[in-house]
Design a protein around this ligand. Structure first.
Ligand SMILES: [Zn+2]
Length: 428
């Protein structure tokens, strides 16, 4: 069903057995074809009041997973892992390194279920799963994120999300949220909170559209700002709330140029420097496409597409020109990059234009194919076009899709407002 809801329910139920930490919500590779929506997984730590509760707690967790999982849904393959604190604390460095690699793989790459089982066995980690148990991949990745973050707090970028859950009798009914209060909450706390609303598209983005138990979530960089925004929002009564530490809004899914090995492969997200090789062209459905030559391997060319749901971002893409040097960010599939962001690094300001008549100041007209150019008024003749410097309606720097089209894991540009060498154009 909704992994975060299951987590929130468990945390409340488990308070009788021990002290429960702030849970982690990790978003895994967003292009995995057999993912559940959002491809999220959760982890938390519980310090048991007495060691004898361990088995009881595990049984309770297994029971809830069994109850709350939408087991009939084909893509639902729940999985849980349990790591004891002693083994977590005493974990040898190589094991920690293996977990680190596993987390990176789960976020950026495609993990085979056999790989997860092999690592679970090697590290002697207890697990539980239903059906194909594919969920153990996410569970192990979330647990790894938790442990790594505790061990190396500065190495992992993180953000927060406070999620409010609906009362059970309201599930599947239209959500009651006072829009005006949400706009007010955003105005009072942005940019410490973000992706609550979409100004350009006049849309609330904090609430999902699915029949899931989530009423809405407030995302941001600081807990105090998130709580302030939450308190300003007027909505239907909630069943419970939960605050998560997350890898949302961090771009953890992107494979950078220096991390790339071999050629581009499907279901991965990249950050690619290159040169625009074709004029951007619209195609059916409101999408825009252009060809990019990748700087790293000059002969490699791919199509970059800004799809219709990316709205005004397509205008930026349409204003690119052949010869522009850019960095394209997005997920790759069948020789196509689905754009999430671009950095305009150097614009091509040169263009071949029909010559201007020195006498009249008018632009000359073509005198026919390969016939040169002639002034309509005085008949002055030139054999070829001229190279001119053109004005561009585009500014250098980073551009992104609007909040309505943003993936959970994609970093909103506003988070780069302090300490980014490039100019940022946040979409709000
Ligand atoms: Zn003339």
């Amino acid at each position: 069903m909704c992994t975060t809801y299951l987590c929130a329910v468990l945390m409340d139920e488990l308070t009788g057995y021990g002290r429960v930490s702030i849970p982690r919500l990790v978003r895994l590779n967003p292009c995995i074809p057999y993912k559940t929506r959002g491809n999220g997984a959760v982890a938390f730590e519980i310090q048991l009041h007495t060691a004898s509760y361990a088995e009881k707690v595990k049984e309770l967790i297994k029971a809830r997973v069994g109850e709350l999982a939408e087991i009939h849904a084909e893509e639902t393959n729940p999985g849980v892992v349990f790591i004891r604190e002693e083994s977590a604390l005493r974990m040898p460095y190589e094991h920690l390194r293996s977990l680190q690699r596993f987390y990176e793989l789960a976020v950026k790459d495609v993990v085979a279920i056999e790989h997860a089982f092999a690592l679970l066995n090697e590290l002697q980690i207890e697990y539980y799963g239903l059906k194909q148990k594919r969920g153990v991949i996410g569970a192990l990745a979330a647990a790894a994120f938790f442990m790594l973050q505790q061990r190396y707090p500065t190495q992992y970028d993180l953000t927060y999300e406070l999620i409010a859950y609906r009362k059970r009798e309201r599930w599947g009914t239209p959500r009651v949220i006072d829009a005006a209060s949400v706009w007010k909450a955003d105005a009072a706390t942005y940019p410490l909170t973000w992706d609550t609303v979409d100004y350009a598209n006049k849309n609330l983005v904090l609430a999902p559209h699915s029949p899931c138990p989530v009423l809405f979530g407030v995302r941001g960089d600081r807990i105090d700002a998130i709580v302030r925004a939450y308190e300003l929002i007027t909505a239907e009564p909630v069943e419970r709330e939960a605050l998560f530490i997350t890898n949302q809004g961090t771009d953890s899914h992107l494979i950078l140029a220096e991390e790339m090995q071999g050629s581009l492969s499907d279901y991965h997200s990249y950050c690619l420097e290159g040169t625009v090789m074709s004029e951007p062209r619209p195609f059916e459905g409101g999408h825009v496409v252009f060809q990019l030559a990748i700087a790293r391997s000059r002969e490699e060319r791919i199509d970059c597409i800004a799809y219709e749901p990316t709205k005004q971002f397509r205008e930026i893409i349409r204003s690119l020109r052949v010869g522009d040097e850019i960095t394209a960010y997005g997920s790759f599939k069948t020789r196509t990059l689905n754009l999430e962001k671009i950095a305009v690094r150097a614009m091509n300001l040169k263009a071949m234009r029909n010559p201007r008549c020195e006498r009249c100041g008018k632009r000359m007209k073509s005198a026919g194919q390969a016939q040169g150019y002639r002034c309509k008024r005085c008949g002055t003749y030139r054999s070829s076009q001229e190279l001119e410097t053109v004005k561009r309606g585009l500014d250098e720097g980073l551009y992104e899709v609007p909040p309505v089209a943003r993936r959970h894991i994609a970093k909103p540009l506003i988070r780069l407002r302090n300490g980014c060498s490039q100019k940022i154009h946040p979409s709000r």
